[in-house]
Design a protein around this ligand. Structure first.
Ligand SMILES: Nc1ncnc2c1ncn2[C@@H]1O[C@H](COP(=O)(O)OP(=O)(O)O)[C@@H](O)[C@H]1O
Ligand SMILES: O=c1ccn([C@@H]2O[C@H](COP(=O)(O)OP(=O)(O)O)[C@@H](O)[C@H]2O)c(=O)[nH]1
Length: 326
């Protein structure tokens, strides 16, 4: 039996035969069709439906030819191919037209001094500051973990310059005429991260100023609350200065929340309220912790438990940074 014949559902054949019987002008043609259908069902039940894949190499000899195909009723659900052909034809035509048009367009002349086009690729920038001359330590931890408190201690004893990314952003937000004021205000209130270009530039400017005005002769910087997102981390180390290591203050959320609500009584900060605090915690977990994990994998994280009293946390900090020659 022909594969298409075998694949026609039994119900369809029956309907076909019945319709033919009722509409046919001669009873004999209806009977012929009906008997043909019966024959097909009985053989179809015995023979498996041929699989095109299994028989793809088989050739039919004339003796094994399938029986004559019965008249085929058009299936209203049958997939129409002509719309696909039209789409393919139109697409190919459009492509050819475009390609021909481009052929006539002028192209950039090859550079004489760069025949291989290597200079066309932007080269990796050299950081503004060399880590051999400038020491950068990133200070990370959740909001309220005590980063600012510990940085103040380190400044006193080690002569670091403390640059808080949050403080720099708040100053830029309040600077008259700043084009980023509104954006920064919005981000801080919602605990979101300000686009890295702004923060990286503010930090680089502050470092340059501290080095140039002689307030930081030993060129040691604590960069507090930064980087809070992977793109910032990569960008800063690429264009400004690679960091020596990361000081990470680890503190549970309940404790940080308690500290921030207490700080909020006097800080005047737009984000030291419970709604903003919750958003900041979320950003910290989702966006900033991956930065810590990244540096941890590189063996560049000094992790300090920040739940004890400030002085105890500071002692732990001193002990740990000794290991990095500080
Ligand atoms: N170890 C600590 N124990 C209790 N309170 C602390 C501790 N460290 C800091 N604080 C207080 O918690 C609040 C948040 O500290 P801060 O240093 O401003 O955190 P961060 O810079 O990480 O946001 C401040 O009010 C600070 O005085
Ligand atoms: O690199 C940074 C650092 C801070 N912020 C924004 O500044 C806010 C306050 O940061 P800060 O470090 O001053 O405070 P913390 O949340 O650590 O208490 C953050 O929630 C962010 O909205 C930012 O966008 N990028």
């Amino acid at each position: 039996m022909h594969p298409i014949v075998a694949a026609v559902p039994r119900q369809a054949w029956r309907q076909l035969a019945q319709r033919a019987a009722s509409s046919s002008s001669t009873a004999s043609s209806a009977a012929r069709l009906s008997s043909f259908a019966r024959q097909q069902f009985s053989t179809a039940a015995k023979r498996p439906i041929p699989s095109f894949r299994a028989n793809s190499t088989r050739s039919y000899s004339s003796s094994s030819l399938p029986p004559p195909t019965p008249p085929r009723k058009k299936n209203p659900n049958e997939l129409k191919f002509w719309p696909f052909l039209v789409v393919i034809a139109l697409g190919s035509g459009g492509y050819i037209l475009l390609a021909n048009k481009r052929n006539g367009m002028p192209t950039l002349p090859p550079k004489k001094d760069d025949p291989a086009g290597l200079l066309a690729q932007p080269s990796k920038p050299t950081p503004t500051f060399s880590p051999d001359e400038v020491t950068v330590i990133f200070v990370l931890g959740g909001p309220g973990a005590g980063k600012g408190t510990q940085c103040a201690n380190l400044v006193k004893d080690y002569g670091f310059t403390h640059l808080s990314a949050g403080d720099l952003l708040r100053a830029e937000q309040d600077r008259p005429g700043s084009q980023f004021g509104e954006l920064i205000k919005d981000c801080i209130k919602n605990g979101a991260i300000v686009p890295m270009e702004v923060t990286v530039q503010l930090l680089e400017n502050a470092m340059t100023e501290a080095i140039n005005n002689g307030t930081n002769p030993n060129k040691k910087f604590l960069i507090d609350g930064f980087p809070r997102k992977m793109d910032q981390a990569l960008k800063f180390e690429e264009v400004v200065c690679p960091a020596k290591f990361v000081l990470f203050y680890d503190c549970p959320e309940e404790e940080m929340e308690r500290r921030l609500l207490e700080r909020g009584k006097t800080s005047g900060r737009s984000d030291d309220n419970i709604q903003s605090i919750k958003k900041r915690f979320r950003t910290f977990i989702e966006t900033s912790m991956p930065v810590v994990d990244h540096y941890e994998k590189e063996g560049r994280v000094v992790k300090i438990t920040a739940t004890a009293a400030p002085q105890k946390v500071y002692e732990a900090t001193r002990n740990e940074i000794k290991k990095f020659g500080i």
